[in-house]
Design a protein around this ligand. Structure first.
Ligand code: ZN
Length: 570
């Protein structure tokens, strides 16, 4: 992290010359093959890293600018170019990876760089080769089409136009009539988009299935796990874990929905009540975006010297893009620039408590990247996705003691944050099981997919299905169409649930012994991706969520915490 870093808006915009990069990669690969000794091989490996970091930095810049302005011609063009060129470049990168695996100096290289790197190389070869370049290009095109399509959604409500994120404020309004009206407009609008979204997904499923079969897999489930670098767990373990969530958490979330009904004073929960907890409205954070950022600074100043320094750094260098704007991609994310040596935070503030969650969640991701900045092997800077999400989701809970800064009644926030986090688990496994089903049944029709989704909702979240009555879009099994991960990042969702369970472990420990919990957290952040998920957990002394009984043991104390926060005590 250099102090001389320019502000984001002053970074030069560069579209890599992919042909030139490809030639350089070929050159480096040839040099590696001809390396006379270990030392030369290591120098060549470092040279490759430098080149890749530069390309990744430029590409990440394009992606960020594009997601900020999906209608800006310049960025659309650059993004399109990248989508087209990346698969061919990946073939060349794979040739380099192959040469690393075949190097006569591999034993020394493995000793120096760690054997996990070589496992990663093996996975990259299993995940992709020149036979599937066309399919990969098509996949990229479809994913971009999905995000462009949804970013272009304009919903007319009470005389104004909003994007999906901006509608969030009305969908969780304290006024039930506003919620009802907003949800009617919102879901009727989405009703008109079902066909176009289902069509994009249908093509994505087909192209992914084709890719998997060309590479010699039974279906895309196998390939999906390899692409996610799941080194130490299997679909079978995930299935068993989902059942644990079903047995332990589904009943609790049903109970919470009864609690919610009482709190809202309604006889039946409707679709527009599902995200609301209090008659007077969900806890709303104070202040404008700027003021929220100031409060967050205060919080991170108190939490630790590292968080204090780094949040200020991000703010001063304009690395946070927080407000929702027309044409901006939905959702929120953190991404890292290896040459600039810093992350950025992207989000869509909409005035709800979700804004505070961004300042903690996405900052948690950024903080991990910062804490792991000294790791020399680029592949180890960040862990696999489920472990990345531990860093972010745990930060949400480390931030809880400071919620008085943002909310007049912080316990109300803490209650809804925790209740929502618990209720997230059955939803998260629904998304996961759905994707397993989809890729195991690639020939299924859109209607069959919707039915499969609906059935899973009945299994994991029956309270939702009851609430959907009267809402055509939801009743007919279309909730998943706006879950972007299902389109853009197959099988990336169970990760959130695994991380949520581990974040709960941190929360339980933090309530007992803050120092110990924080120390473990810092250790985990610093370890980056030097180990796979389950080994990382072992290193900090936490149990695997896959182990029978662990979900139950982790969730049980939370029910008591919820009671402590319970509004009746307010
Ligand atoms: Zn995250």
């Amino acid at each position: 992290m250099t102090k001389t870093l320019a502000k984001f808006e002053d970074w030069p915009f560069r579209v890599p010359n992919f042909q030139e990069v490809g030639r350089k990669v070929d050159e480096i690969t040839d040099l590696l093959k001809a390396a006379p000794d270990y030392k030369t091989a290591l120098t060549i490996y470092k040279k490759m890293n430098k080149l890749m970091d530069k390309v990744m930095d430029d590409c990440t810049h394009i992606q960020v600018l594009y997601s900020l302005e999906t209608h800006n011609e310049k960025y659309v063009k650059a993004n399109l170019k990248m989508d087209e060129e990346m698969p061919s470049l990946s073939v060349k990168i794979n040739d380099f990876n192959k040469a690393m695996l075949a190097s006569p100096f591999r034993p020394e290289l493995e000793k120096k760089l760690g054997s996990l790197l070589f496992t990663m190389y093996e996975y990259s070869l299993k995940a992709f080769d020149e036979r599937v370049v066309e399919e990969a290009q098509e996949e990229n095109r479809l994913v971009s089409l999905y995000s462009q399509t949804t970013a272009g959604f304009r919903i007319k409500f009470r005389g104004e136009e909003y994007n999906m994120s901006q509608m969030g404020k009305f969908l969780t309004s304290s006024d039930r009539e506003t919620r009802r009206e907003a949800s009617e407009v919102y879901y009727s609008y989405l009703d008109t988009k079902i066909d176009i979204l289902e069509d994009i997904y249908d093509k994505l499923v087909k192209v992914r299935d084709k890719m998997a079969k060309k590479l010699g897999y039974k279906n895309y489930v196998e390939l999906g796990y390899i692409k996610m670098n799941r080194f130490d767990y299997t679909p079978e373990m995930v299935r068993n874990y989902r059942e644990q969530i079903h047995d332990v958490v589904t009943p609790i979330s049903e109970k919470l929905s009864r609690e919610q009904k009482k709190l809202l004073g309604v006889t039946n929960l409707k679709v527009y009540d599902l995200s609301s907890w209090f008659q007077k409205g969900n806890p709303v954070p104070k202040g404008t975006t700027e003021e929220k950022v100031e409060l967050a600074q205060k919080m991170y100043d108190e939490l630790s010297p590292d968080t204090s320094y780094f949040f200020r750094f991000m703010n001063e260098h304009h690395l946070m893009f927080l407000d929702a704007k027309p044409g901006k991609q939905g959702g929120g994310y953190m991404t890292y620039f290896p040459v600039h040596g810093c992350p950025i935070i992207f989000s869509n503030f909409n005035g709800t408590s979700g804004d505070v969650d961004v300042l903690t969640h996405e900052f948690g991701h950024s903080f991990q990247a910062y804490m792991a900045r000294k790791i020399k092997v680029p592949e180890y800077r960040m862990p696999t996705m489920e472990s990345c999400e531990i860093d972010s989701m745990s930060m949400e809970f480390f931030a809880e003691p400071y919620m008085g800064l943002f909310f007049d009644k912080p316990d109300e926030y803490r209650y809804t944050h925790l209740a929502d986090a618990i209720r997230f688990l059955p939803y998260g496994v629904t998304v996961d099981e759905f994707q397993h089903w989809v890729y195991e049944h690639p020939e299924a029709s859109p209607a069959e997919r919707d039915a499969a989704w609906h059935e899973l909702e009945e299994k994991y979240t029956p309270y939702k299905v009851k609430a959907y009555k009267g809402c055509h879009y939801m009743e007919t099994g279309h909730r998943w169409l706006t879950q972007s991960h299902i389109f853009a990042s197959p099988f990336y969702y169970i990760d959130y649930t695994l991380a949520q369970v581990v974040a709960f472990m941190f929360f339980n420990l933090d309530r007992k012994n803050h120092e110990r919990a924080w120390k473990k957290y810092i250790k985990l952040c610093k370890l980056g991706g030097q180990y796979p998920f389950l080994t990382l957990l072992k290193k900090i002394g936490f149990k695997s969520p896959f182990e029978d009984g662990v979900v139950k043991k982790t969730i049980k104390p939370l029910v008591k915490v919820l009671k402590d926060y319970h509004p009746e005590n307010f």
